[in-house]
Design a binder for this molecule. Sequence first.
Ligand code: RB5
Length: 171
Amino acid sequence: MKISIGCDHIVTDIKNHIVEYLEAKGHEVIDNGTYDHIRTHYPIYGKKTAERVINKEADLGIVICGTGVGITTSVNKIKGIRAALVRDITTAKYSKEELNANIIGIGGRITGIGLMEEIIDTFISTEYKETEENKELIKSIDDMIEDDSYINDEHLFDDLLEKWDRGYYHD
Ligand code: RB5
């Protein structure tokens, strides 16, 4: 399977571990960064990861930040993305089976590596169970977002990055 992955600066090592883990299992991984520990902004890497899925370069996506909340919330604003923030196996299974989630979000500072690997394995191997009810539910969720002009716009966060460079944000 082709997996798109992205993270912010506080979980880069965890993301790198997951990339290696997935590759060892024979998956093709598109690593959208971030690649170092320099402070950055999680929506940037969430968006890059999501675009690979939207553009069908990847089958599924994985996004990781400290809690998982920020990056998962961000990708859920992108048209066509259904992302689930997952901390257990049951939710990982549900998110694919019922919602046909195409991205999974994980809190790299919350969930241990072993559980994270199992969550990802479950998410990848679970099949969507299409029913009329699920189809309608998914359509009603997807229909709530209409504007997709920001997809593939590499400059969407330029103003934020400029503020970052000016030292506007502090940890
Ligand atoms: C760091 O920016 C941290 O706030 C972020 O990784 C995450 O925990 C947000 O949900």
